[in-house]
Design a binder for this molecule. Structure first.
Ligand SMILES: NC(=O)c1ccc[n+]([C@@H]2O[C@H](COP(=O)([O-])OP(=O)(O)OC[C@H]3O[C@@H](n4cnc5c(N)ncnc54)[C@H](OP(=O)(O)O)[C@@H]3O)[C@@H](O)[C@H]2O)c1
Length: 331
């Protein structure tokens, strides 16, 4: 038996391609004192990984060329010399893009697949869910009856944002790419409306869906979608700026023209990173876990089969080919 790893082979120039990655085989790691070895079942693919592939200054260090691609996994402990983790435990670790990982317990979380499905700990009951919870509660701060708009609404973060806002008694409008995603957001996730930004009438469709204007915008995409939303923000509204995926391959695509809206509407825009608020993770995960367990938060997954298909799935994620949380199944 061998371990397989995907390395960052070269930094992308513009759009990511498969040549930016390489697949290698190595031995399976053995646990030293204070360590455990985990066989990963699912790898999470997340938009932030695009930023790690670049050398540009950011809130986190770049991935090194030649190193295993960074990423979070869930799996089963197969060998342990760690006092708090034993063989058979299910854990979330920052193993990276590989079949087997080794951990000293730092950043590891024991999870219970009998409470919610194992893969959910990488989505609604993991980092994307916490991001939704923090951005909405800390920065959006919606009141019952207010209108909350969220982009990338069928995705891991956006789908959770909208459902949390519905539970708070808000009117919730999603923005997503294509009819199928919008139908899912409206019919399955229970949003009040969902606007297809690819249909060509974004401004008019937003106006129709948000007849009382927008009080909170949870932005996952930036660029032309943000520009259109700015035209419908209410006075003293809030924007939780979570992500800018429309510009991850090309920052020039993020130009905003409707800047005047910030002044005339006295908009409070707050950029945030989920790791800024470590103290909120425990209460957020407890609430999200219960909501998913009770069926009050639903989610959808796009699952690629096999580590060798991770690069293609990641490239697809950056182009909106995923439909729900993007995972790679490893066993
Ligand atoms: N601040 C933080 O701490 C934090 C933490 C986690 C995630 N994030 C950010 O949150 C956002 C969503 O992440 P996620 O994990 O939930 O991913 P996701 O929504 O599951 O997948 C990404 C989605 O982005 C949309 N997209 C791609 N290119 C686009 C474009 N040019 N214009 C508009 N939409 C585009 C696609 O949906 P459509 O088909 O609907 O376009 C795609 O499915 C990302 O920007 C990510 O970087 C931030």
């Amino acid at each position: 038996m061998k371990n397989k790893q995907i390395l960052l082979a070269a930094r992308p120039l513009g759009a990511v391609s498969e040549s930016n990655f390489s697949l290698v085989e190595t031995g399976i790691p053995r646990a030293g004192d204070g360590e455990f070895v985990v066989r990963n079942h699912f790898l999470s693919l997340d938009p932030y990984m695009r930023g790690r592939m670049d050398e540009a200054k950011s809130y986190a260090a770049s991935a090194a060329v030649g190193a295993v691609m960074v990423g979070t996994t869930v799996g089963e402990v197969i060998e342990s010399k760690h006092p708090k983790f034993k063989a058979g435990d299910f854990v979330e670790t920052r193993s990276g893009w590989q079949l087997y990982g080794i951990s000293n317990g730092g950043g590891a979380r024991r999870v219970d697949p009998a409470f919610v499905p194992l893969s959910a700990y990488l989505g609604a009951v993991g980092m994307p869910g916490v991001t939704a919870w923090i951005g909405l509660n800390e920065h959006g701060r919606p009141k019952p009856g207010e209108t909350v708009v969220v982009s990338a609404a069928s995705g891991a973060v956006g789908g959770t944002v909208g459902q949390l806002a519905k539970l708070k008694g808000c009117r919730v409008v999603g923005i997503a790419g294509g009819r199928a995603k919008c139908d899912y957001v409206f019919n399955q996730l229970g949003f009040d409306a969902c606007v297809d930004y690819k249909a060509g009438n974004l401004d008019a469709d937003l106006k129709a869906a948000c007849d009382k204007g927008i009080d909170v915008y949870f932005d996952n995409v930036g660029g032309p979608v943000l520009d259109a939303v700015l035209g419908h923000m209410n006075a003293f509204s809030r924007i939780a700026l979570c992500g800018l995926i429309s510009g991850y391959d090309n920052a020039d695509a993020l130009t905003v023209h409707n800047f005047r809206s910030f002044l005339v509407n006295r908009i409070n825009l707050r950029g945030f990173i989920c790791s800024d608020h470590i103290e909120l993770w425990k209460p957020a995960l407890a609430e999200l876990g219960q909501l998913v367990h009770d069926g009050k938060i639903k989610y959808r997954e796009s699952i690629a089969e096999g580590l060798e298909n991770a690069p293609a799935a990641f490239i697809g994620l950056l182009k909106g080919k995923n439909f729900g949380k993007q995972l790679v199944k490893l066993v």
